[in-house]
Design a protein around this ligand. Structure first.
Ligand code: AMZ
Length: 327
């Protein structure tokens, strides 16, 4: 198992910092650590809390030089540990502006800012674990159009970022990674070709390839949600993980931007299907209150939850959500 040296962590006993560092390293690298070393994994929540109580710097920022793309595979984490569900504030981009759409419709757009990096810094400082960025122009057109804004965001924050929208060939993946994102999201292209998903996972590593599944009544939509494919979202999620994708992002189109709560039954179904296959699920669409996030966190092993409009409309705040998760 991996052992790395990490010196001088202010305010922390050498032993505790060392323990946290090695444990997280092992979890990041060992898919079934919970089965192999349950006692050590059970220690993580206490260490994590200790870190958060004492340190001004978020854990991921501190660990980033060692794990540039670190994520905790959900299957390794005790299913009842609410604090492990990661929070993904969303930044949707159109013409360099931060926008939100309702149910994905370009004619239902609200513009929040022309300074995406400022929101990125805000969501990081308030406790976002990752940032979920979507180039909406690219989702509709198939061509990346907001890479400058993406670069501004990734340079402004220390937390990792994922990017989706218009990523439909290997060059687009390279451009996204060059712009500083830790993970790319394949939507339309994944629905067209699982072979491509497999090839890209082999080329770049499965932790860098997520598949975004956007569904209406359980059926996959593509190209900015303007076309239905007839494919089952659940089948695509399972097949994408089998093909090599490390992460699935499941967005329920009907609830997106409506603030009425995610589609919990469908999210639970997809999660329960992909976790045993070694995948991790990020739920998206519909979060409106801290209670919605708390309910999502109770889904066993759910890896992450995207929060969009609720943050911009201030129907919840990240500190409030963090407090609710810690109970
Ligand atoms: O809101 C929309 N109309 C929309 C949206 N948010 N359309 C696509 N997307 C997001 C998906 C995924 O993250 O949730 O864009 C990404 C997929 O883009 P593409 O171009 O790969 O299908």
């Amino acid at each position: 198992m991996a052992r790395r040296k990490r010196e001088g962590t202010p305010g922390w006993s050498q032993r505790a910092a060392w323990q946290l560092f090695n444990l997280t390293a092992d979890i990041a690298e060992t898919a079934d650590l919970a089965a192999k070393e349950p006692e050590r994994v059970a220690e993580l929540p206490a260490l994590w809390d200790m870190w958060n109580a004492e340190q001004s710097e978020p854990l991921w920022k501190w660990m980033r030089p060692f794990f540039p793309r670190a994520h905790l595979p959900c299957a390794s984490i005790p299913a009842d540990s609410l604090r492990f569900m990661l929070l993904y504030p969303a930044i949707d981009l159109m013409s360099g502006q931060v926008v939100r759409l309702r149910q994905g419709r370009a004619d239902q757009k609200t513009v929040y800012s022309s300074d995406p990096a400022a929101f990125a810094r805000q969501w990081e400082s308030e406790g976002g674990d990752w940032l979920h960025i979507v180039d909406l122009d690219a989702s509709f057109s198939g061509k990346q159009q907001n890479l400058e804004s993406v670069r501004a965001i990734t340079s402004a924050v220390g937390i990792p970022c994922e990017l989706g929208g218009g990523i439909r060939d290997v060059e687009a993946i390279r451009r996204a990674l060059d712009a500083g994102v830790a993970r790319v999201i394949l939507g339309t292209k994944a629905a067209e070709s699982l072979e491509f998903v497999g090839e890209m996972a082999r080329e770049f590593g499965r932790e860098k390839i997520a598949v975004g599944i956007d569904a209406k009544n359980g059926i996959v939509s593509v190209k900015g949600w303007t076309q239905e494919t007839g494919q089952s979202a659940l089948d695509l999620a399972c097949n994408a993980v089998k093909a090599g994708a490390g992460t699935i992002i499941y967005t329920d189109i009907a609830t997106d931007g409506m603030l009425q709560g995610p589609n919990f039954p469908e999210t639970e179904r997809v999660n329960a299907a992909i976790v045993p296959l070694g995948g991790q699920l990020i739920a998206s669409g519909g979060v409106g209150t801290a209670e919605h996030v708390l309910r999502a966190a109770k889904i066993p092993s759910l890896y992450g939850c995207i929060i969009g409009k609720a943050l911009y409309d201030k129907t919840l705040s990240l500190p409030e959500v963090k407090a609710a998760l810690r109970g």
